[in-house]
Write a protein that binds this ligand. Sequence first.
Ligand SMILES: Nc1ncnc2c1ncn2[C@@H]1O[C@H](COP(=O)(O)OP(=O)(O)OP(=O)(O)O)[C@@H](O)[C@H]1O
Length: 394
Amino acid sequence: MSDAQKSAIHELLRGLDAPDGKGDVVSRGMVSDIFIADGKAFFSLSVPAAEADRFEPFCREIERRVVSIDGIASALVALTAEKAAGTPSRSPQPVPPQQPGRPGQAIRSGAAPAGGSGAPRPATSKPGVPGIDRIIAVASGKGGVGKSTTAVNLALSFAALGLKVGILDADIYGPSIPRLLNLKEKPRSGDGRMLIPLEAYGLKAMSMGFLVDEETPMIWRGPMVMSALTQMLREVEWGTLDLLVVDMPPGTGDAQLTMAQQVPLAGAVIVSTPQDLALIDARKGLAMFRKVEVPVLGIVENMSYFIAPDTGARYDIFGHGGAKAEAQRLGVPFLGEVPLEMVIRETSDAGRPIVVAEPESRHAAVYRDIAARTLAEMDRDAAGGAKAPAIVFE
Ligand SMILES: Nc1ncnc2c1ncn2[C@@H]1O[C@H](COP(=O)(O)OP(=O)(O)OP(=O)(O)O)[C@@H](O)[C@H]1O
């Protein structure tokens, strides 16, 4: 049955012209092995790095079309960067499934999960935000790697660990937090000057998306970006928070530098996919935070592997492990790996992220482990334990 479905998927893909106009993706050898489990199809397309943006909508189109095949209820299609010539191809191998809730391997010894409150704030010359104990940025070198999904699930995990948490959506070009937390109303102003943040699942939330229509063109540049971000940070009644999580705009441009310079960040978490393409960008992200002397708390590998829903076998179809190796090489902590999982996307799209939608699931446990490790790194940093990593570009 599954072989017939794989052939049907190949057939369908052969009939689609790729967005670069160079013919179908099957004949060009761009399609990975296809896995089908429980009516879900999983596969990836290997594309040249420069073409990634163009191929993203094509993946969504394929996902929409393959459900017309008998027995396929849904599909998850991911992009992976073309490997450089001479790199041995890694064929996907099932590996033993992870225990639910078991912490992954921590690179540094002694990085035991710890509570976040009460630790001294790192020395900084930037003015703090009254009432907010610590602020961390969640960043990525490029868009689409799952930064916002990670940021919101991490924020909810910090809350689940007992902290008072806020989330600030600084991604002014493509704010995702209103959708991820299903927040539609506009924030009110209490005293005519300060805005009252919205609340969802115990998180206080503020996003540029609350203040502007989705249709409004976002032509924010230079000083406007700076003032918008500063306002969202300082002219919002955050109240008392143990932690404010800032969902940064993707990339390493002006807006990111502004945030990193303006905000007294206790640290940054970098999100990357395993693909070389995203890792190169992640390295730029690391270098940017280093430049502005913000400690990098670690790297999270997103869309790292997938677990077949029927057998529980784990498949590393997207070249899993790249971020961990990279973190090791750079001497930056590896905070954990998040699987590519339909339910993570579905819960996000429904405005009820997995950490609150399915708190008992193994995926929610993965996020809580990453949150605990992030807190441990912050405490280590605050105690003066972390060295700045050496960033080397080759
Ligand atoms: N681990 C995961 N498993 C399955 N889908 C995921 C996972 N992480 C993210 N996604 C999905 O990938 C898409 C991109 O995620 P998200 O919006 O979080 O990325 P981003 O890096 O913040 O992108 P951008 O910066 O362009 O807004 C979303 O549809 C999201 O639901």
